[in-house]
Design a protein. Structure first.
Length: 118
């Protein structure tokens, strides 16, 4: 059993910053990609940022230059720092990890609400 616990969401003013955390526990044999997705009302879930086991990162164009994803492998935790927040960043943010050696299994967090006020 794998559990993902997210924290750090909330209400932020435009121009502000926040840092999301996602701690992974349970049967974490090998955590490969760790990422953050978001889903705004009426929209599909989209990738925000991902970091692989080697530390390489990839960002959505909408957050490039404003977001930093990082991971602490000793703590099985992934972080997402977003600066210069915009109202369009408002969404539920979900943590995602892929665990396994050859066959990877996807796990999702419960989501944390981020609301950016103008």
């Amino acid at each position: 059993q794998v559990q993902l616990v997210e924290s750090g969401g909330g209400l932020v003013q435009a121009g502000g910053s926040l840092r999301l955390s996602c701690a992974v526990s349970g049967s974490t044999s090998r955590i490969n990609d760790m990422g953050w997705y978001r889903q705004a009302p009426g929209k599909q879930r989209e990738l925000v940022a991902v970091i692989n086991i080697g530390g390489s990162t990839n960002y959505a164009d909408s957050v490039k230059g404003r977001a930093t994803i990082s991971r602490d492998n000793a703590k099985n935790t992934v972080y997402l720092q977003i600066n210069s927040l915009k109202p369009e960043d408002t969404a539920v943010y979900y943590c995602n990890v892929k665990i396994g050696y050859i066959r990877l299994t996807n796990y999702w967090g419960q989501g944390t609400q981020v609301t950016v006020s103008s």
